[in-house]
Design a protein around this ligand. Structure first.
Ligand SMILES: Cc1cc2nc3c(=O)[nH]c(=O)nc-3n(C[C@H](O)[C@H](O)[C@H](O)COP(=O)(O)OP(=O)(O)OC[C@H]3O[C@@H](n4cnc5c(N)ncnc54)[C@H](O)[C@@H]3O)c2cc1C
Length: 389
């Protein structure tokens, strides 16, 4: 399990320059190498101001909260407020061009990693996380009980997870002090008569046992119920065993290679991205002049047509970088596709070998090795395929 970092840049303005009724808007950052297909080229910028929350209604002030995730969260810790404000203002300027975005009147920047009482933001499921790690964090040690979002496997990293963990720990403490708490069954009386009432109402310990171990429910009596709990425990054990095989495969081989997609890049698209607002500005001006309406705006079709003409008649020196970028993206894609087939065949063979060796070295408790030996999971069957566009 990991302890992660998310930071926020909070910006208060004189007045809202964004759509006041929109809860949030996003920003897709460019890679360090433009139009790159390599995810690593996006790592340092992907999380910078990638989402803006509009807090106008909730705070009563024209406020935006920009999120800083991944590497950008760590970058926030090391970067001055002035630099961050300049960067975020440049990003907003581009998004709202041709309008100019003013500087904020007040700002707050969080640096949770530097906060000695927080040391970070919240837990996350890391590559090494195992099934049940959150439950391990929640286990009491003698009279010491643990709460907090990182002890709540169902709702980690959230306020409601922290709250639920508090309820769980409080119940544990009370049970330890005064014994099992009787939970009425049903909790809320039904108006209809129960045909098979439970002989003894279950306690909180019973309910917890049902979810946490193989032990059958002691007090609820019915055989059918016991069977179903045995079945659940068995299914959980199988899943855990399967998860440990997959864990071994992934730790040795990493993820199964994903089929590379088409580049989706062409020179005109790249040019359009850079020129859109300039051309829009000119088209709007022409439309205003033609109609005499100061608020007139050009349609998207008009702007696209003007862009097409501009691209076709553009100076070759201006066109060349766009042609080069497209060719470079195509070359990258061709190289990835060539290697993909061999890489995936090798991965499959190795996964099969690791599975067989794992089962040989750690046979399952109930001797179902043959079933598992012949089975392949979704990961090994190529569930990691790139979704169709
Ligand atoms: C930027 C950010 C955005 C988030 N957004 C959301 C969201 O949108 N929705 C959501 O549900 N959750 C969100 N969360 C997560 C949520 O805030 C946490 O999961 C939750 O607050 C965790 O509660 P906790 O009680 O486990 O821990 P904390 O709230 O961290 O409480 C731990 C307390 O222990 C204190 N402490 C630390 N060391 C000591 C010590 N030695 N002695 C005494 N006291 C100590 C700390 O000061 C702190 O008050 C967000 C968190 C962050 C950082």
């Amino acid at each position: 399990m990991g302890f992660g970092l998310l930071n926020k840049v909070i910006l208060v303005y004189e007045e809202a320059f964004w759509e006041p009724n929109r809860d949030m808007f996003g920003l897709l950052n460019e890679a360090e190498r433009q139009a790159s297909l390599n995810p690593e080229d996006y790592a340092s910028r992907r999380g910078r101001y990638y989402l803006f929350w509009n807090c106008l209604v909730t705070s009563g002030k024209p406020t935006l909260i920009a999120l800083m995730a991944g590497e950008a969260a760590h970058y926030t810790e090391e970067t001055s407020n002035d630099q961050l404000i300049k960067e975020v203002t440049d990003c907003l300027d581009q998004m709202f061009a041709p309008n100019r975005v003013p500087l904020p009147t007040e700002t707050i920047v969080t640096r949770w990693s530097k906060d000695p009482f927080a040391c970070g933001s919240y837990s996350y499921v890391g590559p090494e996380t195992q099934t049940g790690d959150y439950d391990v964090m929640a286990r009491p040690h003698g009279p010491l009980h643990f709460t907090g979002e990182a002890t709540c496997g169902t709702h980690p990293a959230t306020v409601h997870g922290a709250y639920l963990s508090g309820l769980r720990a409080a119940a544990e403490v009370v049970e330890k002090m005064i014994g099992p708490i009787r939970v009425p069954t049903p909790l809320v009386e039904k108006k209809v008569k129960l045909e098979h009432p439970t002989p003894h109402p279950p306690t909180i310990s019973d309910v917890k046992r049902k979810f946490s171990s193989d032990a059958p429910l002691q007090s609820s009596g019915s055989t059918a119920s016991n069977n179903s709990i045995h079945k659940t425990a068995r299914a959980v054990r199988d899943e855990d065993y399967e998860a440990s095989i997959i864990g071994e495969i992934l730790s040795q081989l990493g993820e199964r290679p994903i089929k590379p997609g088409r580049t989706g890049v062409n020179p005109f698209l790249l040019y359009t991205k850079d020129q859109w607002y300039t051309v829009k500005h000119d088209c709007d001006a022409k439309r205003r002049a033609a109609t005499g309406d100061v608020n007139a705006k050009a349609s998207k079709t008009e702007i696209r047509t003007a862009l097409g003409l501009k691209w076709r008649t553009e100076d070759p020196a201006v066109r060349q970088p766009y042609l080069d970028q497209t060719q470079s993206a195509k070359d990258d894609a061709a190289a990835s596709t060539a290697g993909f087939k061999d890489a995936v065949a090798l991965w499959d063979r190795e996964a099969e070998r690791i599975r067989v060796e794992y089962i040989r070295d750690h046979p399952p408790e109930d001797g179902e090795g043959d079933m598992v030996m012949n089975g392949r999971t979704a990961i090994e069957l190529g569930a990691g395929k790139r979704p169709r566009r």
